[in-house]
Ligand binder design. Sequence first.
Ligand code: 2BA
Length: 110
Amino acid sequence: MKLVLAVVQRQDAGELLDALTAQGHRVTRISSEGGFLREGNVTLLIAADDQQIENLLKSIREHCYTRTRYVSPLPPVAESGEFYPPAPVEVQVGGATIFVLKTDTVARLS
Ligand code: 2BA
């Protein structure tokens, strides 16, 4: 048994969630935020059997896209009052960042 944590972009999360639940996975969606861009993203928690992991990763690959973002670095402190806005830096985000953790037990208590 594994616990998969998948950090995905918000734009991809809905369709991925639909696909995973249609395949019979139990999924928890958590709103999260990337530490670098400080933008909202989504972290999915999915507990699955070892033999399901390959298909699970395939589905994530199929529904998550790499996108280009441009980030403006902070301008340097001006010494002479002149201001040179720094050029935006290109950043490639996604498809998904995935952590696969060994899990001993998944218990649903009632
Ligand atoms: P963010 O931290 O907002 O990062 C967004 C994108 O910015 C990253 O895309 C990467 O291209 C770039 N980036 C991040 N840190 C950087 C740095 N120190 N210097 C230069 N560029 C940097 P991804 O790598 O696809 O990551 C997308 C999101 O996945 C991240 O959003 C974060 O929420 C999560 N993530 C990525 N790696 C992680 C890790 N090792 N541990 C935990 N979360 C991670």
